[in-house]
Design a binder for this molecule. Structure first.
Ligand code: MD3
Ligand code: FE
Length: 199
């Protein structure tokens, strides 16, 4: 898929540990919760957000919003190391305003979907994986296009831009116990995005 770039082990073990600490502090303020889809199905992935805007779903639909749905507080800030990562790899002029935090237990998965809730698809999405390896699947612009399967391990970073930005993708399964970096085990995926238009 052109527009998909994988940077295996972009984050050193030290950088990963530092990011885990940054996240644990912020998750204490902005708890993970189990989102529900507009089709009323609870997702198996737990979520929270960082940044000015957070991606949320409930029975009324998908949207970006400035407040945590349970605490009604603003989302915590995006850690400096992630702001720098975006500036280095994605766009040095326009910063991300949203960082979705997905946490996968051993049984969690994410079905094939497109990310279309952002205002301007010219901005890429940057994904950072931590903890257990995830089996990621990416296809084309149509749901039934052929797909390929890629392992995303702790410290891997990928960028989705151009045609890949609107590709169908999902997480088939988690290789439980493949990393010890996330306390209690599991996989964490951080997606940095520009949700609002840049005027
Ligand atoms: C391909 N997250 O949060 S990250 C999501 O591992 C999401 O939690 C997955 O799909 C996860 O929406 C996959 C890699 C990724 C992120 C965004 C994409 C792949 C993408 C946007 C367009 C195409
Ligand atoms: Fe997605």
């Amino acid at each position: 898929m052109d527009g998909f770039r994988l940077f295996p082990q972009y984050l050193t073990p030290e950088a990963q540990t530092c990011l885990v600490d940054d996240l644990r502090q912020r998750l204490a303020q902005s708890p993970l919760y189990q989102p529900v889809t507009p089709g009323r199905k609870p997702m198996s992935v737990r979520m929270t957000n960082l940044g000015a805007l957070g991606w949320c779903t409930d029975t009324t639909g998908y949207r970006y919003q400035p407040l945590h749905p349970l605490t009604a507080q603003p989302w915590p800030d995006i850690p400096t190391c992630l702001m720098k990562l975006w500036a280095d790899l994605a766009d040095s002029a326009v910063p991300p305003d949203a960082c979705l935090v997905n946490v996968y237990g051993p049984e969690a998965r994410m079905g094939l979907h497109q990310d279309r809730d952002e205002a301007d698809f010219r901005f890429p999405v940057v994904s950072v994986s931590l903890g257990d390896t995830g089996i990621f699947r990416i296809g084309g612009l149509k749901r039934n296009d052929p797909t390929q399967s890629i392992r995303l391990a702790s410290g891997d970073v990928c960028i989705l831009s151009g045609r890949a930005r609107l590709a169908y993708h999902g997480i088939d399964r988690i290789l439980a116990g493949s990393s010890r970096i996330w306390p209690g085990g599991g996989r964490v995926n951080l997606t940095l995005r520009r949700a609002a238009p840049f005027v």
